[in-house]
Design a protein around this ligand. Structure first.
Ligand code: TPP
Ligand code: MG
Length: 365
């Protein structure tokens, strides 16, 4: 018997082919309302992305993190969750947050650092979150959200709460110690969690080939004693089916799953990055052709569930929603100066009170 365990990185779950044709026996048979909701979720995410990039280039917001090309991975996975489940995320999953109920208006209040920001201007732009959406604010230090999520899931298990935790992270995060800590602990204690790696093949300028010698991410689950699944991250139905199975298993007490959603970061890492300095335009062009939104639109059209008129009216509706959100966020004043000093101590310390006084004098309030 060979002692070498193999995992074919070329094999991954795909249900919808790029031309929209479907592997019938794998089709999850969602109803028309659900199928349209998935499409709306992806198109909303793309619409916000296009505007977010422009706003930053115009100098109207300071920073933006695009997720173009990764919409299916975000929306398909979040759609598999139940209402009381929780998401612990990185920063490139706004589509999952919108689907869970974070409004685009809230997103822009956060990104603009306005007084109406739910996080009171204390996070970097594009680092949203909302308690009402069961969405923990984004983690910027790479991978730190992974053991936190394992802890959330472990707490649920101890409390016998049937909620499942889904944690998003990137391929780059798999090189962090936190990845090992989070997955190892979750495997040992069989906690109800789904580890969702959006493998977009880049960690800023570091390509996937330099991230790991494993060939793929899913194979790493073997060493933690649970299942690893590789899925075409540009196929929203495949992402949904894989995540739903993992969520159901977690809820049934069968422990964690590691999902690798194989996709591509079409845009820059953030508005502070220029990927032309380290990657080939031809590679980007090849992946643009694999657009997850276009593929799913082909699928819906083949099913007779989408038309050019539907497209036009949905796009107009989303443009309006995004316009209104931006207008509201940019017109709102920043948080009050006092809020810089609140929420740390129940009774502020003497030095904080002194600093608040000095700050207020400085701004003439
Ligand atoms: C601990 C730590 N090291 C470095 C950084 C700088 N940094 C921010 S994002 C990032 C790359 C993350 O790549 P990946 O996990 O693949 O996620 P992606 O950005 O591709 O979605 C790096 C190195 C950081 N934020 N935290
Ligand atoms: Mg990455």
């Amino acid at each position: 018997m060979s002692t070498h365990i193999t995992f074919n990185p070329d094999e991954m779950l795909q249900i919808v082919a790029p031309d929209g044709s479907c592997h019938e026996s794998l089709d999850p048979d969602l109803d028309a309302t659900a199928l349209r909701r998935l499409y709306r979720g992806m198109l909303l995410t793309r619409t916000v992305d296009i505007r977010g990039m422009i706003l930053q280039r115009q100098g109207r917001i300071g920073f933006y993190v695009p997720s173009t090309g990764e919409e299916a991975s975000q929306v398909g996975s979040a759609f598999a969750l139940g209402p009381s489940d929780w998401i612990v995320a990185a920063y490139r999953e706004p589509g999952a947050a919108y689907l869970r109920g974070l409004s685009v208006e809230s997103f822009f209040h956060q990104t603009a650092g306005s007084g109406k920001d739910l996080l009171k201007g204390r996070q970097m732009p594009s680092h949203f979150g909302a308690k009402s959406a069961n969405f923990v604010p984004a983690s910027s230090p790479v991978g730190t959200q992974i053991p936190i999520a394992t802890g959330v899931a472990w707490a649920a298990k101890i409390r016998k709460d049937p909620m499942v935790t889904l944690v998003y992270f990137g391929d780059g995060s798999t090189s962090q110690g936190d990845f090992h800590t989070g997955l190892n602990f979750a495997g040992v204690y069989r906690v109800p969690i789904v580890f969702f790696c959006k493998n977009n093949q880049w960690a800023i300028s570091c390509p996937f080939a330099k991230q790991t010698a494993s060939g793929c991410v899913a194979v790493k689950a073997l060493s933690y004693g649970f299942e690893g699944v590789r899925v075409d991250g540009n196929d929203i139905l495949a992402v949904y089916v894989a995540t739903k199975r993992a969520v159901d298993n977690a809820r049934a007490g069968e422990g964690p799953t590691l999902i690798e959603s194989f996709t591509y970061r079409v845009g820059p890492h953030s508005t502070s990055d220029d990927p032309r300095r380290y990657r080939d335009d031809a590679e980007v062009a090849r992946w643009r052709e694999k657009d997850p939104i276009l593929r799913y639109r082909n699928y819906l059209e083949r099913k007779g569930l989408w038309s050019a008129e539907d497209q036009e009216s949905l796009q107009a509706e989303l443009d309006q929603e995004v316009d209104d959100a931006i207008e509201s966020a940019l017109a709102s004043p920043p948080p009050d100066m006092e809020t810089l000093f609140t929420d740390v101590y129940e009774i502020p310390t003497w030095n904080l009170r002194e600093q608040l006084e000095q700050a207020m004098q400085k701004v003439g309030q």
